[in-house]
Design a protein. Structure first.
Length: 324
């Protein structure tokens, strides 16, 4: 059958219509997906001061909030100086999570400069009774020498390194959870479920510490960073001295004085840290005839909250080896 020209011309737009619709469908779907992704983006902006606070906060929020660490991993929190970017981060944040206990000395001025009246602060150490700084500090140099690089720090509010105790870490996670729920009740179910799973892992970690270290009661150790009295207090160990050493070399007289002072504590091991590169520590360990181990204060590492558990199990293995 021959189709008249007029009819064939009228059919052409009709024949092309399905093709046009088919070509437009993916575009429409893409637009819808973009809108869905935009609406699902986390609206809560949370700033955590340093890595352990980031881990604990992210373990609670999951992907339901945007969480960033203010202090770059591997940076000494005690000596940190705020940057303009930190002021901007706090200025645009909904929530700030801090360890507290005087650790983040830079925060007061930084928060004031951020001028964010709507900022909610969560002090993760609220309700925790800190340990006093009672561990004797052995100076590796004469007090008449002027050294600015010693690794001891004065903490007027008590020792702030509570995150290194798996039990107190549970308390910090719980405090962070409650603070997030108060600020963002719409996501309460998410925060409760996430925190319950992480708290269960922390409880298991504590049980591993208890079972392992119960074999070595009153094990004594000396450290170069006063960060481990909570572990010692929790698991019946003894941090008997903190040796404060400068980055520079020691004189033979200084070294001899330090060796004599440290020997009185009869420690089984010396604990250094992965980030510390100091030949003085090795010299001191050799002269004391003590093994030198690396223990991690957990101020550096990947952003995965599971790394807290991994690194703490590494510390447990180190302490057990030192105490055998």
């Amino acid at each position: 059958m021959v189709i008249p020209k007029l009819l064939s011309r009228s059919l052409i737009p009709l024949l092309l219509l399905p093709m046009a619709i088919a070509c437009r469908e993916p575009v429409a779907e893409t637009e819808i997906n973009t809108q869905i992704a935009a609406s699902d983006a986390p609206s809560l902006n949370v700033v955590a001061t340093f890595l352990p606070m980031y881990w604990f906060t992210r373990a609670v929020t999951g992907d339901s909030a945007q969480v960033q660490a203010l202090i770059p991993p591997g940076t000494d929190v005690h000596e940190y100086q705020a940057r303009p970017a930190d002021v901007q981060a706090i200025a645009t944040a909904n929530i700030l999570v801090k360890n507290g206990l005087g650790l983040e000395e830079f925060l007061e001025n930084t928060i004031a400069n951020a001028n964010n009246p709507n900022l909610t602060q969560i002090n993760a150490s609220a309700g925790i009774q800190p340990l006093d700084n009672n561990t004797p500090v052995v100076k590796a140099v004469d007090s008449s020498h002027d050294h600015d690089d010693d690794h001891d720090h004065d903490h007027a509010e008590g020792n702030p390194h509570v995150w290194l105790d798996p039990v107190l870490a549970q308390q910090q996670v719980t405090t962070i959870r409650d603070g997030l729920i108060a600020a963002d009740p719409a996501n309460q179910a998410i925060y409760e479920a996430n925190s319950a799973a992480y708290l269960q892992q922390l409880q298991q970690l504590d049980e591993e510490f208890r079972q392992t270290l119960s074999q070595y009661p009153n094990c004594t150790f000396i450290t170069f960073h006063d960060a481990y009295p909570y572990i010692a207090n929790r698991y019946n160990l003894q941090q008997v001295a903190v040796v404060s050493v400068p980055d520079a070399s020691l004189s033979p007289q200084d070294l001899q004085k330090t060796v004599q002072a440290v020997q009185q504590y009869q420690a089984k091991a010396l604990f250094s840290e992965p980030q510390v590169e100091n030949r003085v520590l090795r010299t001191l360990a050799t002269d004391l005839n003590l093994p030198l181990y690396e223990i991690d204060p957990l101020e550096s590492g990947p952003l995965d909250p599971q790394h807290y558990l991994t690194a703490m199990r590494g510390n447990l293995e180190t302490i057990a080896n030192a105490c055998r």
